[in-house]
Design a protein around this ligand. Structure first.
Ligand code: DGY
Length: 327
């Protein structure tokens, strides 16, 4: 029996790719860049499955040009780049990778928070630039995490993992859930005050975003929300860039409405070098790397491959975004 033809839009960790190669005829975009749309359109025509990344736009046109497609599997927990409705209409299950990146992403959100609150990047630059002459009682003073209030916007898996870290740091924790997030097991925690978004924004010293990107969370944090935050507040985003109105954030940082921001994700991505945010000294930007640990990326690859193989075999995709395809 011939192997099913599968499109893989970027080199994924070997542990996943090797498994795929055993079971499938793989067509791989071998470069470390986003697979061009034309290339995807050309090859998806014949494909029974696709392993994609969050940088691929799998819209209705792409899905419609794949008559043999049985499964889509994204190596990410977020799936806002895929037209799920179109897939569901075609009864194509879409797999994603929740859970395996929760702790790694929460670690990173916390790392960003500490980095900005304690001015670690500024300190490193100060030393490298040769300015360090003596200990100073007033040099690079930052904000304490202990005793401060952390606001968590989006209290799903990752938001809860961030809360667990905040607890260890002796913080007061406020959280609000996005309407897209179903309550998850373990959410009841006496140390976390579940409140509404305006309260989170007004009362928190630090705000960390953990909502999925949907129509409802598009620009969830805009001008009004930023104005509601404390002037000393730090905003951390490891969710999706467009959850924040980037222009409003740049304006708020420039006006001193909030103290600083740490962004793992931007809108657009990558952030253009001439974007106002890029020039805000109080804005730390890193290249969408919150889940980038060796072990987690390997787990994500394996999970994406297992989702794909299940879909190809016609069994239920273990981590399916659109379970309606099975009804
Ligand atoms: C995801 O999985 O959606 C992250 O943004 C990348 O790991």
């Amino acid at each position: 029996m011939s192997k099913p033809l599968v499109l893989v839009t970027r080199q994924i960790p070997d542990v996943g790719l090797d498994r795929l190669n055993e079971e499938c005829h793989v067509i791989l975009w071998e470069h470390d860049s986003v697979a061009p749309r034309d290339w995807v359109l050309e090859h998806i025509r014949e494909a029974a499955g696709v392993v994609s990344l969050l940088t691929d736009v799998l819209d209705a046109t792409v899905i419609a040009s794949a008559p043999f497609l049985k499964v889509v599997s994204t190596m990410a927990v977020g799936f806002d780049n895929i037209d799920i409705e179109e897939c569901s209409t075609r009864r194509i299950p879409v797999g994603h990778t929740p859970g395996v990146l929760t702790e790694t992403t929460a670690d990173f959100a916390f790392a960003l928070l500490i980095t900005v609150a304690r001015k670690i990047v500024e300190g490193a630059r100060y030393v490298k630039d040769g300015h360090w002459k003596t200990w100073s009682p007033t040099l690079l003073l930052g904000q304490d995490l202990h005793g401060a209030t952390l606001g968590i916007v989006g209290y799903g898996r990752i938001g809860q993992a961030v809360a667990r870290r905040a607890k260890g740091f002796g913080m007061r924790i406020l959280a609000c859930r996005s309407s897209a997030q179903a309550p998850t097991h373990g959410e009841d925690d006496d140390d976390v005050e579940l409140v509404d978004l305006p309260t989170v924004l007004a009362e928190s010293d630090f705000v960390s975003l953990h909502v999925p990107y949907t129509q409802a969370t598009h620009h969830l944090i805009g001008k009004c929300e930023l104005e509601r935050m404390k002037g000393s507040a730090i905003l951390v985003n490891t969710s999706r860039g467009a959850v924040i109105d980037s222009n409003a954030l740049a304006a708020a940082l420039s006006a001193g409405d909030i103290a600083a921001a740490a962004l793992d994700v931007t809108d657009p991505e990558p952030i253009p070098l001439d974007h106002a945010l890029f020039h805000e000294p109080q804005c730390l930007i890193v290249p969408h790397m919150a889940s980038a640990s060796i072990a987690t990326r390997e787990r994500m690859a394996v999970m994406a491959v297992e989702n794909l193989l299940a879909g190809l075999q016609g069994t239920r995709v273990p981590f399916v975004v659109n379970p309606e395809v099975y009804r």
